[in-house]
Design a protein around this ligand. Structure first.
Ligand code: 5RP
Length: 216
């Protein structure tokens, strides 16, 4: 079975009737939305989408979606990730929807991350740069300020987030502490959010194509 499909189907077991469900973005999260759409829970839950495309997909498969501001909390969110390290730090934002994804995660009582085993890394940013969402206003200045704190910074060409912002893909030049790096980046005016999802309770479901392992 395809790894993404397998882990997406496993995540259905974490959803209960009556839940408000955060719907992640990306190809793995899309598999989850499709699986939820096929399940008997479809009409018994409501979704809060982390992107315009996830919202559209959810509606297409028959899931009712509501605005994040219309609910007091989200029971459980299921989302994908680009990298997960051994301390369960998470890198997200490959699809550029990191701010909405973090906003939805922060409102969730339970957070489930679904990945294929190739997303497990020794160290965050081993394989992917760190996506940073920035305001279009003063974007070049913001990038210079990111470089000044010791990052290389590449503007993601031709991409605009669902919030109308830009994404820079950044890499630190030297060894770094993840928490400290996150704080330093977020202290720059014009930075909206980073793709570092650190701390908090979570479960990581990992598929190797044969079985799903649960971390956390
Ligand atoms: C989008 C994300 C995605 O969840 C992440 O990029 C993983 O995507 P995929 O499941 O397609 O590999 O963070 O902003």
């Amino acid at each position: 079975m395809d790894k993404k499909e397998q882990v997406a189907e496993e995540a259905i077991n974490y959803i209960a009737q009556g839940n408000v469900v955060g719907l992640g973005s990306g190809t793995t999260a899309s598999q989850f939305i499709k699986a939820l759409g096929k399940s008997s829970l479809r009409s018994k839950i409501v979704g809060v989408a982390t992107s315009i495309s996830s919202d559209r997909l959810a509606r297409e498969v028959g899931i009712k979606t509501v605005d994040i501001d219309s609910v007091d909390w989200i029971d459980v969110t299921v989302d994908g990730a680009d990298e997960v390290d051994k301390d369960l730090n998470i890198l997200k934002g490959g699809g550029g929807q990191l701010t909405r994804e973090k906003k939805v995660r922060n409102k969730s009582k339970s957070y489930i991350v679904i990945i294929s085993d190739d997303k497990l890394v020794g160290r965050i940013m081993d394989r992917f740069p760190l996506p940073v969402e920035v305001l279009p206003f003063g974007q070049k200045t913001t990038m210079k300020e990111l470089e000044a704190i010791g990052m290389t910074c590449q503007l993601r060409g031709g991409f605009i987030t669902d919030n109308g912002n830009l994404v820079c893909d950044c890499k630190p030049l030297e060894k770094f502490d993840l928490q400290e790096l996150d704080q330093r980046i977020k202290s720059i005016t014009g930075v909206v959010e980073t793709g570092l999802f650190l701390g908090g309770k979570k479960k990581i479901l990992v598929s190797n194509g044969e079985m799903v392992t649960v971390l956390g």
